[in-house]
Design a protein around this ligand. Structure first.
Ligand SMILES: Nc1ncnc2c1ncn2[C@@H]1O[C@H](COP(=O)(O)OP(=O)(O)OP(=O)(O)O)[C@@H](O)[C@H]1O
Length: 241
């Protein structure tokens, strides 16, 4: 089987700081991969490079066999790479429904009918458990629900690769349980790349884990391997997690 996503020597500098440092990374179709690492390790920068939100300083990104390194983000969305939009892209005054509809309309100019658009939006909202809040202004949602709204915005694009940046931040325990079920369901039709600080979520969900430290891949492997990796314990898990 060929990798869905591959990076080679992927790097990004911010001034004198190398936030992502020659990362070779490979993701198989259908996988749930977690990226973990201490604050500032380069996790968000790495997935931002994958999604095209920022440009690399060096290296290549291949998606489904095609070099996408120079493609702008919206073209990557059309290829099937969805990124949980930052909450800053949620319009507080617009309804939950309209936020998802806008995300679809902005990125997929494929002339789909209003009826199909509506059905697609509602399906995405049902999957994240926000259908009963569809007509609320998005700004009235709790923070964690705004994060789920972002997930719905991504899901409505029917992605092949779903990139989730700290999706459980701000969710309560029962909502986190629901999210775990949702992520598994997403993985039935898409590959999932997840940045997550909640180690319970990571250990339950991820098939494989990539550990970043100071922009580099420190370790990679199954949850069991990562849990017992000494370098990881030292750098990140603090021996106790
Ligand atoms: N736009 C930017 N301009 C300058 N420096 C940046 C920028 N974005 C990130 N950095 C720096 O790059 C490094 C990696 O940041 P990044 O946000 O990717 O880490 P992270 O692993 O996602 O951290 P966290 O877990 O805190 O979200 C940090 O030192 C950060 O300060």
């Amino acid at each position: 089987m060929n990798a869905l996503l591959e990076t080679r020597g992927l790097s990004r500098d911010f001034g004198g700081l190398r936030a992502v440092d020659r990362v070779d990374f490979s993701l198989m179709p259908g996988e749930i991969r977690a990226i973990i690492g201490p604050n500032g390790a380069g996790k968000t920068t790495f997935v931002s490079l994958v999604c095209g939100r920022i440009e690399p300083s060096a290296g290549t990104i291949v998606f489904d066999g095609a070099d996408i390194t120079a493609l702008p983000a919206h073209r990557r969305v059309r290829l099937g790479i969805a990124y949980t939009f930052q909450i800053t892209s949620v319009y507080a005054q617009l309804s939950v429904f309209d936020n998802v509809a806008l995300a679809v309309q902005r990125t997929l100019a494929d002339g789909r009918s209003q009826g199909r658009l509506r059905a697609g939006v509602m399906e995405a909202l049902e999957r994240v458990g926000l259908a009963d809040r569809a007509w609320l202004p998005a700004g009235q949602l709790a923070y964690g629900h705004q994060r789920l709204l972002e997930v719905a915005m991504g899901l409505a694009l029917k992605p092949r690769l779903m990139v989730l940046d700290e999706p459980t931040q701000g969710l309560g325990d029962s909502e986190i349980e629901n999210f775990i079920a949702l992520a598994r369901e997403i993985a039935a039709s898409a590959t999932v790349l997840l940045i997550e600080h909640n180690m319970d979520v990571v250990m339950q969900l991820a098939h494989r884990i990539t550990v970043l430290e100071a922009g580099r891949v420190l370790a990679e492997g199954s949850p069991d391997v990562i849990r017992t990796d000494e370098a990881v314990q030292r750098a990140y898990l603090g021996g106790g997690a």
